[in-house]
Design a protein around this ligand. Structure first.
Ligand SMILES: NC(=O)c1ccc[n+]([C@@H]2O[C@H](COP(=O)([O-])OP(=O)(O)OC[C@H]3O[C@@H](n4cnc5c(N)ncnc54)[C@H](O)[C@@H]3O)[C@@H](O)[C@H]2O)c1
Length: 365
């Protein structure tokens, strides 16, 4: 493969027409800021933002052309795509909270499988599209919880409606690639990124660890920790999004070579226990206390590890922030927000700092 043969994200993305599904969600809001920084022309397609969400706090409509629509509304979806004529598509929209997915499997499969089917079908009819990135998760692996670190060719299937619906989405996408996107008459790049848990400022999802810690701090309550011994790969939201941008760029330039499945996670440094993450945050907030949490409705595996060697070897991408730096960035975000700084300013500055560091590191190689 041709690592480093393709211009970096900063120069490549300027002026490109990008469609983001799920731009009103947590990752989508960060991606919205990032694409503004990269000077793309971006349209987003998603449900309305949740009250108090990051998208609302950054006043997301100032950064992106936002279309509020459902993936299940095929007419609106097709019309949006047809009018905008995107070159690159990031598909983030999903129903993705493990507990809520377990309680509502029909909505989970409808959004994650049928919604993706509608999107791919609409994209198939749009000749401007050159590169599609579908965002999946490390939870698709058939995780035995025995400390194994999973590679892209390990069996998938998942253990609950969320992970199984994402596995179905992947199978569907690979069929679309073979049957429609890469044929004698057509050559569109289509990749899948399996990301691990991301950490970043203003994640409002209470079932995730850091948001629940910050929520407890806000309310002067002890934080409920379910399984301090369980390990997970933790990565910065900016490292994950930079990974997505890198894959879509390679897939755009060399669709036959790079249309593939890519793990996007931290180095081994980021595979840490829940207890370690809690204690690291506690260093910044002496008053923070914990209590033993009640078990989750879905059985949680003891370990989850992601092998990112294939991405490190073949793409000019690597995580830039250590686990401590990532946590520090979230803590800084929280403290600055508490001190009254505007959320859009904090996001913009963190993106700017990240990219400066990112490209200094790459150009030093
Ligand atoms: N956050 C993480 O730690 C993490 C880890 C691995 C993978 N992922 C994946 O990354 C993606 C984004 O995650 P997130 O944390 O930003 O999620 P989120 O819940 O914050 O955002 C989900 C987005 O999808 C949109 N959406 C949901 N149903 C829709 C529908 N029927 N039609 C149109 N839009 C719809 C929502 O409006 C929102 O914009 C998801 O695909 C998720 O599976 C997230």
């Amino acid at each position: 493969m041709l690592k480093n043969a393709i211009p970096n994200n900063l120069s490549f993305y300027r002026g490109k027409r990008i469609l983001v599904t799920g731009h009103t969600g947590f990752k989508g809001s960060w991606l919205t800021v990032l694409l503004k920084f990269l000077e793309t022309q971006t349209t987003g397609y998603a449900l309305a933002p949740e009250p108090g969400s990051l998208y609302e706090k950054i006043n997301g409509d100032q950064w992106i052309h936002s279309v509020i629509g459902d993936l299940l509304d095929t007419k609106k979806l097709e019309q949006t795509i047809c009018e905008f004529q995107p070159e690159i598509v990031f598909h983030l929209a999903a129903f993705c909270f493990v507990k809520e997915c377990f309680e509502n499997p029909v909505k989970t499969y409808q959004t994650n499988v049928t919604g993706t089917l509608h999107l791919l079908e609409a994209l198939r009819k749009c000749s401007s599209v050159k590169s599609i990135l579908l965002v999946s998760t490390d939870k698709v692996y058939r995780n035995k919880g025995d400390g194994a670190i999973y590679q892209e060719n390990d069996p998938i299937g998942g253990q609950c409606p969320y992970s199984s619906s994402k596995s179905c989405m992947e199978i569907l996408a690979q069929d679309y690639r073979r049957s429609y996107f890469q044929t004698q008459d057509c050559c569109v790049g289509l990749s899948i990124a399996r990301a691990s848990n991301v950490l970043g400022g203003r994640d409002q999802t209470q079932s995730r660890l850091i948001p629940s810690i910050l929520h407890s701090l806000d309310h002067h309550l002890p934080v409920s920790i379910r399984h301090p011994e369980q390990t997970r790969p933790w990565q910065s939201v900016l490292d994950a999004l930079n990974g997505y941008l890198t894959i879509a760029r390679y897939t755009y330039q060399k669709p036959l070579l790079y249309s593939d499945i890519w793990n996007i996670g931290p180095t081994k440094d980021g595979i840490r226990s829940v207890g370690w993450v809690f204690q690291t945050i506690q260093k910044s907030f002496q008053d923070l206390k914990s209590t033993e949490g009640t078990s989750f409705v879905v059985a949680e595996s003891k370990t989850l590890g992601l092998d990112i060697q294939k991405s490190l070897t073949n793409l000019d991408w690597e995580p830039q922030l250590s686990c401590e730096e990532t946590i520090q960035q979230v803590v800084d975000f929280y403290k600055r927000q508490q001190a009254g700084e505007s959320v859009d300013k904090i996001c913009w500055e963190q993106v700017k700092k990240y990219f400066k560091k990112n490209y200094e590191t790459i150009s030093e190689k």
